[in-house]
Design a protein around this ligand. Structure first.
Ligand code: GLU
Length: 303
């Protein structure tokens, strides 16, 4: 007998437990689940607890509980990145065997200095474009700090379902060779997310548009590792009173479980969908899926 075909749609919500979920996280969670429901697909939750220095004790458990009240019900076991190092290591080894990665001894300061010498300008908050110092080998006597993947002259063309827009990104100009294993020995988010999305069979990544800048790097890794590319849909992140991206780092308020329905309606309105006026959470979900299905978010044909 043949194995069952993989589901046509698998989506996911992948919070990092740097704090409890807040209104911004709820928007990403809601969009990803509505898109999955609207496509009769699967929806998974993955806890991205790969960065212990940035984690808040108990935040993984809190996030899981916060999802339960408004009835975000994953269609599968919740996975934790902290238990999956062997998988990241295997992908890393595969890239190493291909000669796609190399050790780098540069400190952040050295990278900034060499960019200055080259006259490369950069905005204050832009990522540093790695100038390739260690690409042909580290200078004598220097020790490896991080591992980087070569981008060469790769140009990534990718389509965002939400914006209905193509992006064309020459990786060398955007980020240069980027880090897969950090100087502190931790796996970079870019590697872990690609390995897990593939292993979980994710066909559709729906997340906040603060991650738009990571997408081309993730596609580059998928291409190197021979993995299929998921579709991408980025939704607007929630902006705080001071114009900052709402995040755990900027002290965003945790979601209040006692007004789950109200928080869901607010998240829906952030996605530019009209309130459902539902009397309870079950009704909210069925009405919200209809809203999503009829909205511009769905309009773009898949594929
Ligand atoms: N863990 C990431 C975050 O919380 C999201 C990863 C993703 O959706 O690709 O910002």
């Amino acid at each position: 007998m043949n194995a069952a075909p993989p589901p046509a749609y698998t989506g996911r919500f992948a919070p990092s437990p740097s704090g409890p979920l807040h209104a911004g996280s709820l928007v990403a969670a809601l969009a990803s689940r509505l898109d999955a429901l609207a496509h009769h697909g699967r929806w998974l939750v993955r806890i991205e607890d790969l960065d212990p220095p940035r984690e808040e004790a108990g935040a993984s458990q809190t996030s899981i509980e916060q999802l339960a009240r408004p009835r975000f019900e994953p269609d599968g076991e919740i996975i934790f990145q902290s238990t999956r190092h062997a998988r990241y290591e295997a992908a890393f080894t595969q890239l190493q065997a291909m000669g796609a990665i190399y050790p780098c001894s540069c400190t952040r300061r050295e990278i900034a200095d060499s960019l200055r010498v080259q006259g490369a300008s950069r905005e204050r908050h832009d990522e540093l474009v790695y100038p390739g110092t260690c690409r042909q080998g580290m200078a004598a006597g220097r020790e490896a700090r991080a591992w980087r993947v070569r981008v060469d002259d790769t140009i990534i063309d990718w389509y965002d379902r939400g914006r209905r827009q193509w992006f064309r990104e020459p990786l060398a100009d955007r980020v240069g060779d980027f880090v897969l294993r950090r100087a502190d020995g931790l796996w970079a988010y870019q590697l872990a997310v690609v390995v897990d999305d593939h292993q979980q069979g994710v066909t559709d990544v729906v997340r906040g548009d603060d991650l738009i800048g990571s997408t081309a790097r993730q596609i580059h890794l998928q291409q190197l590792l021979g993995m299929p590319r998921p579709r991408y849909l980025h939704v607007p992140v929630v902006i705080g009173r001071q114009g900052e991206k709402l995040s755990k780092q900027t002290g965003a308020r945790a979601l209040d479980a006692s007004c789950a329905l109200e928080s869901l309606e607010q998240a829906l309105s952030h996605l530019e969908l009209a309130a459902t006026g539902a009397p309870d959470i079950a009704a909210f979900w069925s009405r919200a899926v209809e809203r999503w299905r009829e909205s511009h978010w769905m309009g773009a044909a898949l594929g």
